[in-house]
Design a binder for this molecule. Structure first.
Ligand code: HEC
Length: 153
């Protein structure tokens, strides 16, 4: 009973000693200065930050959320960090087809193109992305035009 405990304590002490002795070495040898400058250019690609839907359209999406999606989803499902990371830098097209092909989970393919598009814009609005002057159109070419970025400009 005692043996494994002793072994563990010894290991712990060893880790401590290693950590302590490593510290000064790190101070003595600073990393060489990075010469590569990374300037972050604002993306030229049209994206969800550009006001690609209207308030009225997102409101229709909200209504669909209330009647269909809220059976299984909270709004937080679409604003939490895991969701945002999963979809960041994907195209709107991919999220659109995810919803179109798989949702509602218990009845896929039951939504019209208009409904899929509307509820997608509701998800954008939930994430504080700006509305604009015209609706997001429902044809493939239009939804394929944009990248998903969650930061506003
Ligand atoms: C009967 C339950 C149910 C309904 C209704 C439903 N969903 Fe889902 N939804 C799920 C489940 C379960 C998952 C996870 C699926 C998986 O991981 O394969 C999911 C996943 C998603 C995702 C991906 C989330 C992520 O984290 O990447 C989106 C977007 C989504 N649903 C949108 C919708 C929309 C929009 C509606 C309404 C039109 C809807 N869902 C209705 C059960 C449902």
């Amino acid at each position: 009973m005692i043996q494994p405990l002793r072994g563990l304590t010894g290991l712990f002490a060893l880790v401590l000693v290693t950590a302590c002795s490593a510290a000064p070495a790190r101070v003595a040898a600073p990393a060489p200065a990075q010469q590569v400058e990374e300037v972050e250019e604002p993306s030229a690609e049209p994206s969800t930050a550009d006001g690609i839907f209207t308030v009225a359209q997102a409101e229709r999406g909200h209504e669909l959320f209330r009647t269909v999606c809220s059976e299984c989803h909270d709004q937080e499902d679409w604003t939490e960090v895991g969701f945002r990371n999963r979809w960041e830098d994907q195209s709107v097209f991919q999220l659109w087809y995810y919803i179109n092909d798989r949702m509602p989970y218990d009845d896929p393919w039951s939504l019209s193109r208009q409904q899929v598009t509307d509820v997608l814009t509701y998800i954008l609005q939930l994430n504080d992305l700006p509305a604009g002057a015209s609706e997001l159109a429902t044809d493939d070419d239009s939804i394929d035009d944009y990248w998903i970025v969650w930061r506003t400009k």
